[in-house]
Design a protein around this ligand. Structure first.
Ligand code: NAD
Ligand code: UFG
Length: 336
C-alpha cells in the first residue's frame, strides 16, 4: 500500500487517480488544512472504488504510528506541506514547523515501521535566482524565501539520512509550475482565498470571480517582458510520481533528485493568450509592478527524469489551459 501524505490536496488527488488507475493500493492522510473531504469523494468517483483517507497531522507521532500500524505501507509519497511563498515570509515558524518538523516526525515513524522508500515533494524554488536556464539538478541550491528553505532543509535531512541509512530509497522531486486538472473536470486546483498563482487566478477571472489579472512586471529581460516559467500539466506530474514510485519499489537504495518540468519556458502573456484560445473567454489584464521575490525566468532541464525514471511530460500548454478551464467552469466555487 502506498501512503500519500497531503493526499487530499491538488497534486495528491491527481497522483492518487493515476496510481489507482495503475493498480496500486493507496491510503491518503491529510489534516484538511488546505483541502476538503469532497475532493476525496470526487477521486472515488474517478477511480470507481473506495479510497481510504485518514484524517491526521504529519507532526503527530501518534497519528503516524497509528497509520503505519493500521496499513501495510510499502512506500510514502510526502506531499503534506504548506506552499504559499508570501505566507511563509510572514509566518516562518508555522512554515518550518509544518514542513520541516512534519517531515522529521514522518521519517521517524517510517523508521519505526521499517518503511524505507520515500518520494518527497520538493520544488524548483530551491534553485532561487538561477543564473541560467534550463536548470539542471546540479545547479546551485539557493532558495530566496522561507518556503524554499523549508524544502531545501528537508532535502538536506534526507541526504543525511541516506548517508546514515543507505538502505533507503529516496526520490526528491523538484516540481516546476504544476497547473491544469484531471480531464474529467471532477478534481482540480482549489486555492483558498485569492489565488497567489497565475493559472488559478486566470481561471477565476474567466469564471467571473475576479475582475482582472494583474501581470506582475512587463519589463523583465524576457521576449515579451513578462515572467517566464515552466508550466507542467498536473497529470504529467502525477505520472512522474508513478515513475518515481516504480523506481523506489525496485529498491535502488539510492537518493535521486529529479526535476519534473517540461523543459519549455512560457511567459505570463503567452499563457494568457493560450488560455483565451482554449476557453474562448477574454482575460482582461493590466501590467503592474513586479512582485517582490520573483525571478525573471525559470525552466527545467528535465533530461535526468527521462534517463533515470523513464518519464517525460507529454501534455501541451493547450491541454493545461483546456483542463484548467474545464475544472473551473464545472466548479466555479471549487470544492465548496
Ligand atoms: P495542497 O495544499 O493542495 O496539498 C497539500 C496537502 O497537505 C493539503 O491537502 C493539506 O491539507 C495537507 N497538509 C498540510 N499540512 C499538513 C499536515 N501537517 N498534516 C497533514 N496534512 C497536511 O498543495 P499541492 O499543490 O498539492 O502541493 C503538494 C506538495 O507539493 C507540497 O508539499 C508543496 O509544497 C509541493 N509543491 C507544490 C507546488 C505547486 O505549485 N503546487 C510546486 C512545488 C512543490
Ligand atoms: N503572476 C502574475 N500575476 C498573478 C500571479 C502570478 O503575473 O496574479 C506571474 C508571476 O509574476 C510569475 C508567474 O506568473 O512570473 C508564475 O507565478 P506563480 O505564482 O504561479 O508561480 P511561481 O513561479 O511564483 O511559484 C510557483 C509556486 C511555488 C513553487 C514554484 C516552483 O507558487 O510554490 O512555482 O517553480 F515553488
Amino acid at each position: 500500500m502506498i501512503l500519500l501524505t497531503g493526499g487530499a490536496g491538488f497534486i495528491g488527488l491527481h497522483t492518487a487517480a493515476v496510481l489507482v488507475g495503475a493498480g496500486h493500493q493507496v491510503v491518503l492522510f491529510d489534516n484538511f488544512s488546505n483541502s476538503k473531504p469532497l475532493g476525496v469523494k470526487r477521486l472515488e468517483s474517478i477511480t470507481g472504488r473506495a479510497v481510504p483517507c485518514v484524517e491526521g497531522d504529519v507532526r503527530s507521532s501518534q497519528d503516524m504510528d497509528r497509520l503505519f500500524d493500521q496499513y501495510p505501507v510499502s512506500a510514502v509519497i510526502h506531499f503534506a506541506g504548506l506552499k504559499a511563498v508570501g505566507e511563509g515570509e510572514t509566518q516562518p515558524l508555522r512554515y518550518y514547523d509544518n514542513n520541516v518538523t512534519g517531515s522529521l516526525v514522518l521519517l521517524a515513524a517510517m523508521q519505526r515501521a521499517e518503511v524505507r522508500r520515500i518520494i518527497f515533494s520538493s520544488s524548483a524554488t530551491i534553485y532561487g535566482n538561477s543564473d541560467s536556464n534550463p536548470i539542471p539538478e546540479t545547479a546551485a541550491l539557493q532558495p530566496a524565501n522561507v518556503y524554499g528553505r523549508t524544502k531545501l532543509m528537508v532535502e538536506d535531512i534526507l541526504r543525511d539520512l541516506h548517508v546514515a541509512a543507505p538502505g533507503w530509497s529516496i526520490a526528491l522531486l523538484r516540481y516546476f509550475n504544476p497547473v491544469g486538472a484531471h480531464p474529467g473536470g471532477l478534481i482540480g486546483e482549489d486555492p483558498s482565498g485569492i489565488p497567489n498563482n497565475l493559472m488559478p487566478f486566470v481561471t477565476q477571472v474567466a469564471v467571473g470571480r475576479l475582475a482582472e489579472l494583474q501581470v506582475f512586471g512587463g519589463d523583465y529581460p524576457t521576449p515579451d517582458g513578462s515572467g517566464v516559467r515552466d508550466y507542467i500539466h498536473v497529470m504529467d506530474l502525477a505520472e512522474g510520481h508513478r515513475a518515481a514510485l516504480d523506481w523506489a519499489l525496485r529498491d535502488p537504495q539510492e537518493i535521486l533528485a529529479a526535476n519534473l518540468g517540461t523543459g519549455q519556458g512560457c511567459s505570463v502573456l503567452e499563457l494568457v493568450r493560450a488560455f483565451e484560445k482554449a476557453s474562448g473567454q477574454a482575460i482582461p489584464y493590466r501590467i503592474v509592478a513586479r512582485r517582490a521575490g520573483d525571478v525573471a525566468a525559470c525552466w527545467s532541464d528535465p533530461s535526468l527524469a527521462a534517463a533515470r525514471l523513464g518519464w517525460n511530460a507529454t501534455r501541451s500548454l493547450e491541454d493545461m489551459c483546456r483542463d484548467a478551464w474545464n475544472w473551473q467552469r464545472n466548479n466555479p466555487q471549487g470544492f465548496a
